[in-house]
Design a protein around this ligand. Structure first.
Ligand SMILES: [Mg+2]
Length: 277
């Protein structure tokens, strides 16, 4: 395991013009290493001098693959204990999600990403943070500054009426769970799935929709990272990555689209029509 003392705290990561999500990548990796992951060659970037792991930086992964790294640097995973979260309370042995609640019968399952889709988080203090969430790593508490994407409240409220909403994030529960508690005051998310529920595939955390226990014809994923839905691109509604643009209207503009899709009996057909030129 990487010595934590050799990892730059995220707020000290060198500025990079390579990608705006650099800060987030630092944050993700800091947490992941603290959780017991070792950096692997696919994630080590010689160009920016930090480790990049999160799937939202898949394009950077491809830019900076270290082909000469020794095989023994491949990621090692320790056995995880599932977090003590309500999201796992009724998980069956075959599905990530519990049975559909009666009030959601017949609804499409909407899988929604967290970082850069609904919020952006950083260790760097910002004056206009919507939330400041303490996250303990190896006995030290770090403050995480969270910005909400414009119209996220309106978006979640409406989606909660129309869909069975599931939070699915590649981030760690120790960060994502308290952030979601603050973001989702009304309990829109029926379930929450974290990094442990992802499949680690070619250096990325993939959200395998086939493991949810839902009809794939009635499952949609909303995510800023194409790598997250690489197993099921036909189920995806891409969304632009968001960091701090307070003039962003992406979520607002998606509401009428999802209102229409909520009546679909086959999202492959419906999304196919939307994608047609
Ligand atoms: Mg994301």
């Amino acid at each position: 395991m990487q010595d934590l003392r050799t990892i730059k705290p995220p707020d000290q990561c060198s500025p990079s013009s390579v990608l705006k999500s650099h800060q987030q990548a630092c944050f993700q990796d800091f947490l992941s290493i603290a959780q017991g992951w070792s950096p692997g060659p696919l994630q080590r970037s010689r160009e920016v001098g930090v480790y990049l792991r999160h799937s939202s930086v898949a394009s950077v992964h491809r830019m900076s693959i270290d082909k000469e790294a020794p095989v023994n640097l491949l990621p090692k995973r320790r056995k995880y204990r599932l977090p003590q979260s309500r999201s796992y309370s009724n998980v069956s042995s075959t599905s990530l999600l519990p049975e559909v609640a009666p009030k959601d019968n017949g609804k499409i399952c909407m899988v929604i990403d967290l970082d850069e889709t609904l919020v952006h988080s950083s260790f760097k203090p910002i004056s206009n943070a919507d939330f400041i969430v303490p996250v303990e790593i190896e006995g030290t508490t770090h403050q995480v500054y969270v910005l909400k994407r414009p119209y996220v409240d309106e978006f979640l409220e409406r989606m909660g009426e129309l869909y069975e909403c599931v939070l699915f994030t590649a981030s760690l529960a120790k960060y994502a769970d308290p952030v979601t508690d603050l973001l989702d005051k009304e309990g829109v998310f029926r379930s929450r799935l974290f990094r442990e529920a992802c499949v680690f595939h070619q250096g990325c955390y993939v959200k395998d929709l086939s493991r949810l226990g839902r009809d794939l014809k009635k499952t949609i994923i909303l995510d800023n990272s194409p790598a997250s839905y690489i197993f099921h691109p036909e189920n995806a509604v891409p969304v632009q990555s968001w960091f701090d643009d307070m003039g962003d209207t992406e979520l607002l503009s998606l509401i009428p689209i999802f209102e229409e899709l909520s009546y679909s009996e086959d999202i492959y057909a419906s999304l196919g029509q939307l994608r047609a030129p």
